[in-house]
Ligand binder design. Structure first.
Ligand SMILES: Cc1ncc(COP(=O)(O)O)c(C=O)c1O
Length: 404
């Protein structure tokens, strides 16, 4: 009889979003006349921009023409895209990153879940708390995380780095030495950003301790402040300790189109072994590339019209973020995030738990957000609202919250 990977059985149910869905549908059933506004979504709502749609049409036409048809893509992605990425996302910002260090993929979720394969079975991981769940769950599946304690919501073999109001939700360097450190800035769920000086401390720590940082910069396009690095490679010596993951989902709205990339610098070595070569081998063996038409759509994001469209879409969402931030602050809520990220992290009032506040907002304002405790124990007492709604819904939600 075959046996399964028992590590999957250790995973606790995906409690957060299924519980939200159940609570919302029960409320709707009991109150069919109420209009619910969802400010919990992490998906974009604006359609793809005109330059992207035009690039897709052009590429589709090429695929129907024998002379210009494209079959399997090159392992690392098309050079036309990798060269634009290396030039515009990195070298224009003073980062030393080359086109042959870019691995184009179908998104940051897959890359951030798969990258752990490069590391030993007994690798000790460190994650922020609260955290985007993929980093932990992918290591659970690989058997690295020990046992789960349902009371604390933590794994025995994982180093948790609390992100609290005191440390500006950016985490302290861990006391216990990790092998692999997952950092995400600008952050989901807290919306916090990290300064270059502070990120440099993480890079120095990783180099001194022989650790690797997996840097998830999926929300890079939302950075608005000057002293916030757009890439970890803006820090000195990051090429010897950091892998960076990017996405076209939240800047260009590719959540349904699927495109992302990972940078593995050639200087990232473990003795004689090159992580770049290992990831190239993995890509070649297990992956056949993002579609040609999608990579052409990604390429156009680096044109003048494409960049303008991204700026406009990001500005649209960030107008919501600013309104939510200022509106809630006026109402007396303690809020953070929403300046360099599309997420607003608010402290629940009157000592309510995250779920109590969820119920309170749903029942009294018919507004849905995401309980912070669903992202980790240090998210308890916090609540995430997102800026991905329409202007109209965002304003309406704020006015309803004001009216409670
Ligand atoms: C921190 C973070 N990384 C990665 C992703 C997923 O990005 P993609 O759509 O490219 O898979 C998300 C999506 O919400 C995210 O919040």
């Amino acid at each position: 009889m075959f046996r399964i990977n028992e590590n999957y059985s250790k995973l606790p149910g995906s409690y957060l979003f299924s519980t939200i869905a159940k609570k919302v549908s029960a409320y709707k059933e009991a109150n069919p006349d109420k209009k619910i506004i969802r400010l919990g979504i992490g998906d974009v709502t604006l359609p793809l921009s005109a330059p992207v749609i035009e690039a897709l049409h052009r590429a589709v036409d090429e695929m129907g023409d024998a002379e210009h048809f494209h079959g399997y893509a090159p392992d690392l992605g098309y050079a036309f895209l990798r060269e634009k990425i290396a030039e515009q996302d990195f070298r224009l910002r003073g980062c030393e990153v080359y086109a042959d260090e870019i691995f184009v993929s179908d998104g940051a979720k897959c890359d951030s879940g798969n990258i752990q394969e490069l590391f030993a079975a007994d690798t000790k991981i460190a994650v922020c708390d609260p955290v985007y769940p993929v980093y932990v769950d992918s290591n659970v599946m690989a058997g690295r995380t020990g046992t789960y304690d349902p009371v604390t919501g933590t794994w025995s073999n994982v180093i948790y780095m609390p992100c609290t109001e005191e440390n500006g939700f950016t985490a302290e360097l861990p006391k216990e030495r990790p092998d692999l450190i997952y950092l995400c800035f600008p952050n989901n769920p807290t919306g916090a950003a990290i300064t270059k000086d502070r990120l440099q401390k993480w890079v120095d720590y990783a180099n001194e301790n022989g650790a690797v940082i997996i840097y998830d910069a999926a929300y890079e396009a939302y950075i608005s402040e000057q002293n916030i690095p757009h890439s970890i490679y803006e820090c000195a010596n990051a090429r010897t300790c950091a892998i960076e993951i990017r996405s076209f989902s939240k800047n260009a709205g590719f959540t349904g189109l699927r495109l992302g990339y990972t940078v593995v610098p050639k200087d990232l070595m473990c003795g004689e072994a090159s992580l770049h070569d290992m990831w190239a081998r993995r890509h070649g063996t297990k992956y056949n590339g993002a579609p040609y038409i999608v990579q052409r759509a990604g390429e156009v994001c680096y044109s003048e019209q494409g960049k303008k469209a991204i700026r406009e879409q990001v500005a649209y969402y960030m107008e919501n973020a600013a309104r939510i931030r200022s509106g809630l602050t006026e109402m007396g809520y303690s809020v953070s995030g929403g300046v360099n990220a599309p997420y607003i992290w608010l402290k629940t009032p009157d000592g309510m738990s995250s779920w109590e506040f969820f119920d309170y907002l749903l029942q009294n304002a018919n507004v849905v957000g995401t309980p912070g405790s669903g992202f980790g124990p240090n998210g308890e007492g916090y609540f995430r609202l997102t800026a991905f709604g329409t202007h109209e819904n965002t304003l309406e939600a704020l006015s309803r919250i004001r009216g409670i």
